[in-house]
Design a binder for this molecule. Sequence first.
Ligand SMILES: Cc1cc2nc3c(=O)[nH]c(=O)nc-3n(C[C@H](O)[C@H](O)[C@H](O)COP(=O)(O)OP(=O)(O)OC[C@H]3O[C@@H](n4cnc5c(N)ncnc54)[C@H](O)[C@@H]3O)c2cc1C
Length: 316
Amino acid sequence: MALSSELKKQLKNRFSDRVRFDEPMAHHTAFRVGGPADVFITVTEEIELIYLMQWVKENNLAYYILGGGTNLLVQDQGIRGVVIYMAKALAKISHYGEIILSAMAGASLSTLCRFAIHHGLSGMNFALGIPGTVGGAIRMNAGAWKGEISDVLESIRVLRPDGSIESMDKKSLIFTYRSVSSRSGSSVAENNKDLSSSVILEGRFLLSQQRPEVLQAEADEMLKARKKSQPAGLASAGCFFKNPDNSESAGKLIDLAGCKGLRVGNAAVSEKHANFIINQGQASAEDILRLMHKVQETVLRKFNIMLEPEVKIVGN
Ligand SMILES: Cc1cc2nc3c(=O)[nH]c(=O)nc-3n(C[C@H](O)[C@H](O)[C@H](O)COP(=O)(O)OP(=O)(O)OC[C@H]3O[C@@H](n4cnc5c(N)ncnc54)[C@H](O)[C@@H]3O)c2cc1C
């Protein structure tokens, strides 16, 4: 999409050097792949987000909310429209009453976990070591070690595409495996409430009290186990496929199907954890997608199970 010079000027005036054009998404994803986003804006205040949502609507442009980019496979042609980058800013974490923490969407999930330990609050340790932001973790209902965000989330505050802000408590949300949606219907008014087009601004978490040293000991164990089972320091998006219902884990199926070490170009199935696809250097999104299809076909042939990607495939 060629953005007119007038529209570019409007964005420059408002966001100065926080707006970039044709920004390589490979710089903003844990997979380190992805072509250019037409427009890439780092937002630092809620008021800017409200302006931006109205601006994209008025100009009939598409938008995409980016957290830490740790669960994304952005395709090689990149993203048409405006990428709204939430990480790093909008990151305040606060303690309410005795057992409630509130975190802005741009806060790092690991920072929230460490904050909880420091304040003697139990419940967040499952999420230690999951990279990315609080907003991304809520959107993905991120989880590990049999815990997930829905276990501790009490409410969220969201910005709707029409610029309105709304609080939603847990009862109005439907959590499923690596996803959350709102209990809304199909009318136009209700579509505006569709969570997939809204920006999560903040989450409130209901925890319980525990001594920080007990929490820290548990955290150390969990991080050790994660380090042992997952390839560290390599470009990936974590587990690539969802675990299928009523079956072995996706990693086990991929391993049993003999796919460990399988490669396409510079993308490879990890030898350490079969559900991790690794970018070994200059892999393209196309390499990763072709490898994904190879793994899916092999597992389907062997076990008659079609693995679904957990990673979000974005752009074109
Ligand atoms: C090494 C590694 C290990 C991982 N381990 C785990 C694990 O154990 N468990 C697990 O569940 N995941 C894991 N992941 C995947 C990933 O870290 C999580 O899904 C994480 O919660 C994504 O957060 P993010 O901020 O990076 O979101 P992104 O990847 O940026 O985005 C993910 C989705 O959330 C949406 N989104 C992001 N922010 C917002 C917002 N503020 N409002 C609305 N929508 C938003 C995006 O549009 C996108 O649809 C791992 C990834 C890596 C690289």
